[in-house]
Design a protein around this ligand. Structure first.
Ligand code: RNT
Ligand code: ZN
Length: 424
């Protein structure tokens, strides 16, 4: 039997097994079409960017570790890598850019000078692929962020510089959304905080609030762009106080009708983002997610199909929140093949969504409401070993991308033919 025939046969059997518990696998596959995960461009080059030829991630309590060969050094290499990644993923994606990834044509353009023209080639690139773009102000890896403060800085010159940067990033985002016909989510994350115990916590937070008000003063139509703000508990070197804490941004988002961005690595280790979704969505219209895998801290490991990611996907699907949650990824592992990192991480997130779509939620809720909690537990356990892989493989087959582990060989070949030829 050919591989294709095998996948089809396995799918037919799986379809019957799911039907027996009231789940329509064809409908689930169709629903996967509603999911467009935003790929973070920065896994291709370890958050370096194109401002200078040797640009590197600096400061801000975030870090890439590892020096696996093949990091993208130019915009062309990055685009080739992203094309390769997308060719190995089922469904449609979006691309999430940071301001440091402009097409600066060899000129140094400071952050308070960036314009749409520096991103036009990205817009054209996305248009040619029929995908949407998302965007981020880059408030780190810059001399004016070296003292640990940006939008909350008490140095007025620096503060104004960062406000101007965010304003420009929002204008660029609006143009991206306008040209591409799909709203661009602009996310603001700042590294601001202190290593040791500060005294004027309130002063920094009041300053951040004022800076956000200034940066967000210009309103753009929702069809063009939406603002998100990303909170964090701590970063390396910023252990004692983070200005943009979760309380701060949740309050800001609710009061100002912004999106709150929940990054899986930005909470205390026993908190789970999946549990926060239904709380936040009582009070904000939409969320942005940075799906990542924290290992002991905000280590930004490649996403795997674990319980944390599953709960996120399940909560979104169970409650029909697909149109209110913007799903992005945020990991950067420089210790393994970077293309492989994307494909494994994105597929893991996609699998979590498909598993969620194959849940007989109504039945489970009925058991819960009837107080049949043993039955609920048993069903949840049984669901874990249902023939999900057969449905996933069929989905990949339908989408014309490698099923099962077949993408590994393709990535190895790309490494041999392309990545290994890049000297760093
Ligand atoms: C940092 C935040 C932020 C960055 C990216 C590069 O802790 O998670 O989202 O990872 O903007
Ligand atoms: Zn993040």
């Amino acid at each position: 039997m050919s591989k294709t025939e095998l996948i089809k046969k396995a799918y037919e059997l799986a379809k019957e097994q799911y039907a027996a518990i009231g789940v329509d696998t064809d409908a689930a596959l169709k629903k996967m079409g509603e999911l467009a995960i935003s790929l973070h461009c920065w896994q291709t080059d370890d958050v370096g960017g194109f401002e200078t030829p040797d640009a590197e991630l600096g400061g801000g309590g975030i870090k890439t570790t590892g020096n696996y060969p093949g990091k993208a050094r130019t915009i062309e290499e990055m685009r080739a890598d992203l094309d390769k990644v997308m060719s190995l993923l089922p469904g449609k994606q979006r691309l999430n850019l940071h301001a440091i990834y402009g097409d600066f044509g060899g000129e140094f353009v400071d952050r308070d000078q960036i314009e749409v023209k520096h991103f036009q080639s990205w817009i054209d690139w996305a248009k040619a692929r029929g995908i949407g773009l998302d965007f981020n102000a880059t408030c780190f890896s810059h001399p004016k962020a070296e003292d640990g403060f940006t939008l909350s800085s008490k140095n007025e010159g620096n503060r104004k510089f960062w406000v101007e940067h965010v304003k420009r990033c929002r204008a660029i985002s609006a143009e991206m959304g306008k040209q591409l016909g799909t709203p661009c989510v602009h996310n603001t994350w700042i590294p601001d905080g202190t290593k040791d115990i500060p005294v004027d916590r309130n002063g920094y937070r009041a300053t951040l609030r004022k800076s956000l008000d200034e940066a967000f003063a210009e309103e753009y139509p929702k069809e063009f762009m939406k603002d998100a703000v990303e909170s964090k508990v701590f970063g390396i070197g910023v252990e004692s106080m983070t200005v943009g804490s979760h309380d701060f941004y949740l309050g800001y988002a609710i009061k100002n009708n912004k999106l709150i961005c929940l990054d899986s690595g930005h909470f205390h280790p026993t908190e789970v983002v999946g549990d926060k979704i239904s709380s936040c969505l009582q009070f904000v219209d939409e969320l942005l997610l940075h799906v990542t895998r924290p290992v002991r801290w905000d280590s930004d490991h490649v996403v795997t199909l674990n319980e944390d990611v599953q709960l996120i996907a399940s909560e979104i699907v169970r409650n029909d929140f697909m149109s209110r949650v913007n799903v992005g990824l945020d990991f950067f592992d420089a210790s393994i093949n970077r293309i492989g990192a994307y494909v494994v991480g994105t597929r893991a997130a996609q699998k979590a969504f498909l598993i969620a779509m194959l849940e007989p939620t109504k039945t489970l809720v009925e058991l819960e409401e009837a107080g049949q909690n043993f039955e609920r537990l048993a069903m949840l356990e049984e669901l874990k070993t249902m023939p999900f892989a057969a449905v996933w493989d069929y989905y990949c087959l339908q989408e014309g991308v490698p099923s099962g582990a077949d993408y590994i060989a393709e990535i190895q070949q790309y490494e041999k033919e392309t990545l290994r030829k890049r000297s760093s």
